[in-house]
Write a protein that binds this ligand. Structure first.
Ligand code: HEC
Length: 118
């Protein structure tokens, strides 16, 4: 590697760790940038019905810790479940949130940091 290449690699590494470090803000401390963005969406939108602790059932919605991106895209964006998924509740009370299409990866990253209770 030339000297200039090494400098550029070091600069890129510094940039990457800085980008990860500022993803969170106070509440997202310890989460990577995607999971921290997902937590913000979850806390702002989903906790109207789901528990602030995704391992627990909320006022209306069931626990969602560990929910996959496939499940989130089906349920949140299209109001359906993935094939062969067994819903925790038989109701169909949850509205669709199509405007969150760009955030399902982030929400999945956040919910993946919280393992579903057995
Ligand atoms: C208005 C209340 C409400 C809001 C807001 C809401 N949900 Fe729900 N959610 C429900 C209810 C009620 C159910 C149970 C199924 C049904 O009735 O649609 C549910 C079910 C789910 C399920 C299926 C869980 C399972 O294992 O069966 C997922 C995943 C889910 N919600 C994710 C989310 C996410 C992510 C958000 C935020 C973007 C969100 N919900 C916002 C009410 C809500």
């Amino acid at each position: 590697m030339s000297g200039r290449g090494a400098v550029r690699a070091a600069a890129l590494a510094a940039f990457a760790s800085a980008a990860l470090a500022c993803g969170g803000g106070d509440e997202g401390a310890g989460l990577d940038a995607a999971a921290a963005r997902g937590k913000t969406v979850y806390d702002n939108v989903c906790t109207a019905c789901h528990s602030r602790d995704p391992r627990e059932d909320g006022a209306l919605g069931p626990r969602v810790a560990g929910a996959s991106q496939e499940l989130l895209e089906a349920k949140v964006l299209r109001g359906v479940y993935p094939p062969s998924f067994v819903p925790k509740l038989p109701s169909a009370a949850m509205p669709k949130y199509e405007y969150l299409a760009g955030s399902m990866g982030d929400v999945a990253a956040y919910l993946a940091t919280i393992p579903a209770s057995p």
